[in-house]
Design a protein around this ligand. Structure first.
Ligand code: PLP
Length: 229
């Protein structure tokens, strides 16, 4: 299968999963994760109608967004990787949505990194769905407090919802159900924060069934990632 066929196949599977869950496929945003692939692949994706792309490393995001092959294509860039406070200026300059806000310090730094008159930045609160506190994301019982902090203290950020990655050692449906519950706790603080970023190549159907609104799909569409040193 080539890129076009893989994209069409994934989109058909998204529609199937949405219909089986009694959901309208048009309410789902399919983000193509292009990490490790060249900007030329993003240009090919754009020609196939893709608008939303995701990157997990700031340097790669910055380089690709500034690449002449894609700069004028009107893409929406999603930063889905671990955020470092010393990179917030570059993240903010290159991302339209940041999916990985998982601590107050990072939110504060992102907030301060906005230039005068910069547009409000859409952010998602990343939830750690594993039992390992060392993984990225805020623990589920800390999400509401983080939402309250961002809403009260970060005027240039807009909390849109939650993001999560299903652990490898658990049924994705169970993990995504927990993520949806944390989304509800965020809405006690920010009532219109309805986005749920969940679902990758291996589990996007389960994520759709659990209410995901933003799917982050890489290899099923792009093919295997180039080996990276
Ligand atoms: C790489 C990545 C994805 C996409 O993974 P695939 O399994 O290739 O679909 C999704 N989310 C995050 C946070 C990632 O880093």
């Amino acid at each position: 299968m080539d890129l076009k066929a893989r994209l069409a196949d994934v989109d058909a599977r998204i529609v199937d999963a949405a219909r089986s869950a009694g959901r309208d496929p048009s309410e789902l945003t399919r983000i193509v994760v292009t990490k490790f692939h060249p900007a030329s692949l993003i240009a090919e994706l754009r020609a196939l109608g893709v608008r939303d792309v995701g990157e997990n490393r700031q340097q790669e995001l910055t380089a690709k967004r500034g690449d002449p092959a894609v700069a004028a294509l009107g893409l929406r860039w999603h930063f889905i990787g671990q955020g470092q406070t010393n990179k917030v200026r570059a993240i903010r300059a290159a991302a339209d949505v940041v999916h990985s806000v998982d601590r107050a310090r990072l939110a504060d730094a992102l907030d301060r990194a906005g230039d005068e008159g910069a547009p409000v930045l859409d952010v998602l609160l990343q939830v750690n769905l594993t039992a390992d506190p060392g993984r990225g994301g805020v623990a589920p019982d800390g999400v509401e407090q983080l939402a309250a902090h961002v809403a009260a203290s970060c005027p240039t950020l807009r909390v849109r919802g939650v993001m999560g990655v299903a652990p490898l050692d658990e049924e994705p449906a169970a993990a995504f159900a927990r993520l949806a519950a944390t989304g509800e706790s965020v809405r006690r603080v920010v009532p219109d924060a309805r986005w749920i970023s969940a679902g990758m190549t291996g589990d996007f159907a389960e994520a759709i069934a659990a209410g995901a609104t933003h799917l982050r799909i890489g290899s099923a569409i792009t093919g295997p990632r180039p080996v990276h040193g």
